[in-house]
Ligand binder design. Structure first.
Ligand code: RB5
Length: 149
């Protein structure tokens, strides 16, 4: 798969390690994040990855900030994005299976590197289950379509 990754200053080291890990699994990684620890603004990186995912330039995205929350909130403002914050592997596979999340997010200040790798692997190995879950994911898209042009 082709996977976009994005991060702010709090997650440069974790982004580098997760990128290498994802490549070791056989995937291509496109880096949209900052590569320095100079203070920056996470919405910029959430938006960049969100746009790449929504435009289908990549298959899915990984976002990392201090908590995973700010950067995922920004990505979720891009139409078509379903970014989910995960701190455990069960949530990581369920957000794909049930919610068809197209971006997974986590916090460099919240999870350690080994847990982060396990979260990413659980997400990437999972498949969307469709059926009743598809109806509900479609309902999320309809909220966007009803309320925002
Ligand atoms: C940056 O200090 C921090 O606020 C950011 O990485 C993130 O945790 C926001 O949600």
């Amino acid at each position: 798969m082709k996977i976009a990754i994005g991060n702010d200053h709090s997650a440069v080291e974790m982004k580098n390690q997760i990128s290498e890990y994802v490549k070791s699994l056989g995937h291509e990684v496109v880096n949209f994040g900052t590569d320095t620890t100079d203070s920056c603004h996470y919405p910029e990186y959430g938006e960049k990855v969100g746009i790449a995912v929504a435009n289908k330039e990549v298959d899915c995205g990984i976002l990392i900030c201090g908590t995973g929350v700010g950067i995922s909130l920004a990505a979720n403002k891009v139409k078509g994005v379903r970014a989910a914050v995960c701190s455990d592997t069960t949530t990581a596979h369920l957000v794909k299976e049930h919610n068809n999340a197209n971006i997974i997010a986590f916090g460099a200040r919240i999870v350690g590197i080994e847990q982060a790798k396990d979260i990413v692997k659980s997400y990437l190995d999972a498949e969307f289950l469709g059926e009743r879950h598809a109806l509900r994911v479609d309902m999320i898209s309809e909220i966007e379509n009803r309320n925002f042009k």
